[in-house]
Design a protein around this ligand. Structure first.
Ligand SMILES: Nc1nc2c(ncn2[C@@H]2O[C@H](COP(=O)(O)OP(=O)(O)OP(=O)(O)O)[C@@H](O)[C@H]2O)c(=O)[nH]1
Ligand SMILES: [Mg+2]
Length: 312
């Protein structure tokens, strides 16, 4: 049986204009950050299904944040919205002045979640961080996080600061994806084996549409390098967008060879892209490429058949 056979409901909530539709359009559709200026407010709820790796299907519930909609989520639509939720993502606009009133909304969400989806994971995004000056960012994030934590009590809540103009968006969403991927440990184990057998320093598996890093493994000596993956997600996504717009084609592979260093980023399985880095001076691009081909067959089996193809 394939290891990816799950449907998961993710609720995206937050006041109107906080940036919910923008972030999901950048990550899961082909929007650039600048395209999001054209977005109008979301009316009621927009459901978007995203197939992540063959059989993991996410249903994003992008809930319009205008007051009348929020009111109905907490009254007439309460059960419909908050039942069977795998993850609640609450988006705070760091430009908005009234953080207190946002916290009241969050509290209402948490009350409903406790009733209808008590095991749901909770993530809060302090969004539009690009509008906060670099000198005050750390202080503001710490203050807001402390205020948040006071209100969420014993619930485990993860907080990320994000901006559509920065790699932080990918960092947060990669972590989100990691935490809801079924059997992520199995994938990691396979990446680790690949690193060891092929004498590779680092390997990262990206989802092909979003370029979110799903899983990674670093050999001991590579662990000092930090931050590569989130930046890489946003670079690859931008590169792919440019290819799409200018040449109606999409990304296939990048190979970089420097003295004692090879980096290959290549289409891998139907739903993934693989990045491999080695600093073994004896390794050649040809050997590394053929190792990737061998391990690819193995991952294809893990991923299992795409149900949309099986149905044809
Ligand atoms: N500066 C900045 N602007 C952002 C960011 N994210 C979104 N925006 C802008 O915020 C505006 C509103 O974004 P939307 O995504 O439509 O907001 P929403 O939360 O979906 O709003 P509703 O659908 O009404 O609930 C758009 O003009 C975006 O370009 C960000 O990180 N930084
Ligand atoms: Mg919206």
């Amino acid at each position: 049986m394939s290891i990816y056979e799950t449907k998961k409901k993710i609720l995206l909530l937050g006041k109107s204009g906080s940036g919910k539709t923008s972030m999901r359009s950048i990550i899961f559709s082909h929007y650039s950050p600048y395209d999001t200026r054209r977005l109008g407010p979301t009316m009621d709820v927009e459901n978007i299904s995203v197939r992540v790796l063959g059989r993991l299907q996410l249903t994003l519930w992008d809930c319009g944040g205008q007051e009348n909609f929020m009111f109905s989520y907490f009254s007439t639509q309460r059960e419909y919205i908050f039942k069977s939720v795998e993850m609640l993502i609450y988006v705070f606009d760091m430009e908005a002045r009234d953080f207190e009133s946002e916290l009241l909304y969050l509290e209402q969400c948490l009350d409903a979640i406790k009733v209808y989806s008590k095991d749901a994971k909770i993530v809060c995004l302090l969004h539009k961080m690009d509008l906060v000056s670099a000198e005050t960012r750390d202080r503001i994030v710490n203050e807001k996080t402390a205020q948040l934590m006071k209100r969420t009590g014993k619930l485990a809540v993860e907080v990320f600061s994000t901006s559509i103009f920065e790699p932080s968006l990918y960092r947060a969403w990669s972590r989100i994806m990691n935490s809801i991927m079924p059997n992520i440990e199995i994938i990691r184990q396979h990446l680790r084996q690949f690193c060891e057998v092929a004498d590779v320093a680092e390997v990262v598996l990206f989802e092909k549409t979003s370029f979110l890093a799903i899983a990674e493994y670093q050999a001991q000596e590579a662990r000092a390098r930090k931050g590569t993956f989130d930046e890489m997600s946003s670079i690859l996504k931008t590169f792919n967008l440019a290819l799409n717009n200018k040449r109606s084609t999409s990304f296939r592979s990048i190979r970089i060879r420097l003295k004692g260093f090879i980096l290959i980023i290549t289409n891998f399985t139907k739903n993934t892209v693989l990045m491999v880095i080695t600093d073994n001076p004896a390794m050649t691009v040809a050997t590394l490429s053929s190792n990737i081909k061998i391990v690819c067959e193995h991952f294809k089996k893990l991923e299992g058949p795409d149900p949309t193809e099986a149905a044809r």
